[in-house]
Ligand binder design. Sequence first.
Ligand code: PLP
Length: 397
Amino acid sequence: MGNQEIIDLSEQYVLHTYNRFPIAIDRGEGVRVRDADGKEYLDFMAGIAVFALGYHYPGYDEAVIGQIRKTIHTSNLYYHEPLAEAAKALVLSTGLSKAFFTNSGAEAVEGAIKAAKKYAWLKDGGSDHEIIAMNSSFHGRTVGALSVTGNEHYQEAFRPLMGGVRFAEFNDLESVKSLVGEKTCAILLETVQGEGGIYPAEPEFLEGIEAICRERDILLILDEIQCGMGRTGNMWAYQAYGVTPDIVTTAKALGCGVPVGAFVLGEKAAKASLVPGDHGTTYGGNPLATAAAAAVFRIFEEDHIVERAREAGDYLARKLDELKAAHSSVRAHRGAGLIRGLEFEEGTSASEIAGKALENGLLIITAGGNVLRFVPPLIVSRDEIDEACAILDRIIP
Ligand SMILES: *Cc1c(COP(=O)(O)O)cnc(C)c1O
């Protein structure tokens, strides 16, 4: 089937919950994909920050296929090696204590919320605990994750949502302080807000929140589903701050394409929260998903992927500064490592630019607030960055 045939068939049978770009992706190689008509594109969205290693990184396919040949499912009623290996890698890299694997990011957030509630419940037996989350955040589409997503448009039609959630302003410590009370069990935020427009947490903000959490025994939950796994040039974005969360959520790049997420608990939360009977999943942590995650961690270490991401990120930052200097329609450039945004002035639409980029052979997406979002594979080369920026230089007014 070619592009148009696939699009027509999809529009006939797939529930229309996405306004998709008008191509069907057929395959990928490295940092490039091909559509069903055979046209090639440079991929600077990486399946929404999923393909950290690009497509078919040496050793990755072999690990996944090898596991398929053994078994792809066991249920969580038995032990298996890929789960043990992936959990070890996740715990060692985060510096935390215990991992629980999920099938998606939203489920990782759900688990983190439950762990925080259970931690507080064990302390005081209360059933009215509150979570402080941030405006313009994104944590996923399930009801619990949606309840902590600070976006009126996403929430509106689905009320009543989970109660006990209060929203503070991101990067405004006073607004967080004003909401903290006896009932607060957790403060939840993205270390770098992704969907909301690529806003890194300011150091004073994150350090201030950590101090509040330590002082009042509140759990600090960092959602690194988008910004973790090397994307900022550190394995975990919080590691650039010297802050230690009580719970971290991850997903997107964790399996580099195989659906897998996780929440990881620090020692304090791991010792006094979820126990048998409290939480579970049939698929979560299955051998296929965790073999992929274990392979990703192994490749990251052997091939110094985080260092490469940091270097590529520095280079991309320079090129985006140049684009900003050359085009008055660019209002701001923000980000860290290989998660960056170009914000446009009113009158220039980031989504129109993304559409034109597609026509010119570049896959790139937007984020909230008229922002063009750059989340390429972490293995992107300088030449590929030059190529993408040259395309944008031609398109941006
Ligand atoms: C994508 C994302 C999620 C949701 O992950 P899904 O796998 O789509 O459920 C949650 N938090 C952040 C920060 C994300 O970027």
